[in-house]
Design a protein around this ligand. Sequence first.
Ligand code: FES
Length: 174
Amino acid sequence: MKDNNRRGFMGKAFGAVAGVGAIGSLVAMKKTWDPLPSVKAAGFTTLDMSIYKENELVVEKWRGKPIFVLKKTAGMIEKQTEKQKSRDIIINGEHYMICIGLCTHLGCIPAYNAAEQGFLCACHGGQFDWSGNVTKVPPPRGFDIPPFKIDGNKLVLGEAGPEYTKMKETGVTL
Ligand code: FES
């Protein structure tokens, strides 16, 4: 009887230790599955929109890709077509073209000509207007717009806000 109690106690104690060990292993395993904090943070890029100047292309970086940021001039906004307007990202009343700076033909990085207010891809001669629409083939479509969310005077790249969702739904970007 005494021996039975002892065995019962030993069994429970062993079970408890094994249980704690198993939970510990699961926690350790989950830690290895979870992305590192630095990787999580790398998914988002926050841009302070107050630093950009009109008709001056700035190339930012998001998830290893170049991001074109072009603040439009009053003249550009005034003469825009509906197609150009549909790609505008408006923050605090200012209009911006913000897109992935890779040619949609074969991925070269086009150059911006501020005097002509357009982009030229030197690889095969593709051209884009100041809104990122194709004006000369072979690129099959305009520059892709990355997921973005407007947060006051900031723009968060990597997070899909309502303005971006609308662009996707209306076929403005992929
Ligand atoms: S990669 Fe730009 S035109 Fe071919």
